[in-house]
Design a protein around this ligand. Structure first.
Ligand code: C2E
Ligand code: CA
Ligand code: CA
Ligand code: CA
Length: 279
């Protein structure tokens, strides 16, 4: 009787199981990934359009399982967020990025500021500020060389609280970038009060900037809006010289994307620090 009931249930949940099982495999694998040292950071340069210099580096998480291959953050970051593993993962990313920056500095390589992505869930963690403070202390990182990238929706989840946190971080010397700008729904009144330093135009707008007149208007409007609010503006996902030229023409401050470089392992990224790009 019990068997019958169970088999009915199993029949119903077979397809659900495959998705759930994939999630559980990822979750248990991710828990072990820390100890097994399977996590790594790739660094993608941000280039100042006026000078052609590398003025920032975005640290992007990579999972390189011992068994081979690569697991991309689009796969494991959502799992990490659902399971709460994003908190230790986020701490690991912050620490690894700061340690790398110090290693570059100690090697005399004159590294530009490094940017780390923070997920919405990390902003609900009461210990976020303490954790960042501890990591700065323990690594000897210069707070002024650390940028945090936060999505619009993360910042808007609980604006009063998040604005206080961002304000505290900025007073400590960190710089705050709003990531994927244009895809969330912050209103202009809130944007004006947000304690931030820069906007990153989402790559979905940059992608079609030369083919779609609406996207071109949106990109130029975001650039003007950012400047009206005394913010810097960065375009992400720039793949061609033509897109770079369009952005420069519109007054965009910085670009990031394959036209400059893909996210690179540390030794390849540092080879670009002294280069001058001419977009
Ligand atoms: P994001 O923060 O918007 O990062 C930009 C993504 O665009 C990166 O994908 C980057 O490799 C990719 N990209 C860069 N240039 C180009 C280009 O020219 N064309 C195109 N098509 N794509 C480009 P990636 O590394 O796979 O990361 C995906 C997302 O995963 C990131 O989006 C970010 O939201 C998240 N993520 C990555 N690392 C971390 C992390 O350490 N913590 C958290 N919380 N999220 C992370
Ligand atoms: Ca980002
Ligand atoms: Ca983006
Ligand atoms: Ca994104």
């Amino acid at each position: 009787q019990a068997k019958q009931r169970r088999s009915g249930f199993e029949y119903f949940s077979d397809e659900l199981n495959t998705v759930a099982q994939q999630q559980m495999t990822l979750e248990s694998g991710l828990r072990q990934a820390f100890e097994r040292k399977e996590l790594a950071l790739a660094y993608q340069p941000k280039v100042d359009l006026a000078s052609g210099r590398v003025v920032g580096l975005e640290a992007l998480a990579r999972w390189l399982p011992r068994s081979g291959g690569i697991i991309w953050p689009d796969q494991f970051v959502p799992v990490a967020e659902e399971t709460g593993l994003i908190v230790p993962l986020g701490r690991w990313v912050l620490r690894a990025a700061c340690e790398q920056w110090i290693a570059w500095r100690d090697a005399g390589l004159n590294p530009p500021p490094v940017a780390v992505n923070l997920s919405p869930r990390q902003f609900t963690d009461a210990r976020l500020i303490e954790d960042i403070e501890a990591i700065l202390q323990e690594t000897g990182m210069d707070a002024g060389q650390l940028q945090l990238e936060v999505t619009e929706s993360a910042a808007m989840e609980n604006p009063a609280r998040t604005f206080d946190m961002l304000d505290a971080l900025r007073q400590r010397g960190l710089h705050i970038y709003i990531d994927d700008f244009g895809t969330g729904h912050s209103n202009l009144g809130q944007l004006k009060r947000m304690p931030i330093d820069a906007l990153k135009i989402d790559k979905s707008f940059v992608n079609d900037v030369l083919r779609d007149g609406d996207d071109a208007e949106i990109v130029n409007a975001i650039i003007r809006l950012a400047h009206a609010l005394n913010l810097r503006v960065v375009a992400e996902g720039v793949e061609t010289q033509e897109q770079a030229a369009f952005l420069k023409q519109g007054g965009c401050d910085e670009i990031q994307g394959y036209v400059i470089a893909k996210p690179l392992p540390p030794d390849q990224a540092s080879a670009l620090f002294a280069r001058q790009f001419a977009p």
